[in-house]
Ligand binder design. Sequence first.
Ligand code: SF4
Length: 384
Amino acid sequence: MGIHMDTEEIINLNNFSEEYDRNTNIDNDIEKVIKLYPAKVTSYLRELIIRYPSTVGRQFLPSPEELTSNGTDEPFESGKHCAGVHGLERVYRDRVIIIPVFDCPAYCRFCFRKSRVQRSKRPMDENDIKKAVEYISNNPEIRGVLITGGDPFLDLDRLDFLLTSLMSIDHIYDIRIGTRSLLYRPHIFTDELIERLNRFNVPDYVNPTKSKSLAINVHFNHPDELTPEAIRTCHKFVSKGIILRNQTVLLKGINDDPDTIITLFSILIRNRIIPYYLNHCMPVVGSDHFRTSVARGIEIMEELFKLSSTLCPNYVFATEVGKVHVINKEVLDYDYKGDQKFIRTRMVYNPDEFFRYTNQNSLPGRHYIDEHGCIIGYYRDGND
Ligand code: SF4
């Protein structure tokens, strides 16, 4: 897109950690954490961390609590080899995920890509993108593409090439870009960049089934993140007609109470951002201290249900065999293995389709097919 990031603004905490939290004892444990899970923030985010250490700071600063062994190192392998194309993933019938870059300008400590292995994966090159586009072109049941990461806005030229290629596919009508850049570097979204993104919104007034839409999935977890800069940028998007949907991760000690979530979602609504997902924090190694129980999220949802439905997102957890929408506690079926608590759940997805789309011939982990031919998914719960 002809607009390049000033890489100087990205600060690698591997060398600068002592600058960020003078209250944290930067000792051997932190060194160990950073060796396992790299750390970095942007200069803009640094100011927010200093202002809000217990809400924004905790999401980005390495902590000794990350030195645990519970959870999965590299979760969600399903779908990664669906067509043997680097950066293309598929689990569902109607949509695929494309990851043009695996890196981010800042690293959230609860991220499922927090390991060094995940962070160092190479970006998709032009050939990968062409192959991904070819795969999608040959599978007309695919209607949507989620471009995520990493942060796709880390490489604007690559993103532009990908978007342009996808727009040439007749049966793709729903493109979403997942990014947290509106939090950690909102200033990159110039009028020019937003204009360029908006050219991928193509309404067809005569035949609305042919309309194409590009939307942005933003990621705000706490009201402290909704700075004037972030809000101004959100308004720039929506005033151009680009839909913003927010994904919030439920984080212990940061937003796992109804008041915080209600405040967050109320501000989002007032600023024309749709509360879209409340994601239960994934069972990734080193993230245990952020993980509440799934039931805690339901208690928060129950408070939201008493208010306008505009405030109610989809509350989900993600297993390796697809995501699960949770609505009430009564359906949680617990299963224990040692001291670990799992939630067993009947998935809505068809096993044959799962095998076909993911290009696998067996289910991962503890998941199995029951006597009715349904996939039974397992999800490791957290603790309050
Ligand atoms: S922005 Fe998303 S992909 Fe990047 S570190 Fe945070 S959670 Fe992970």
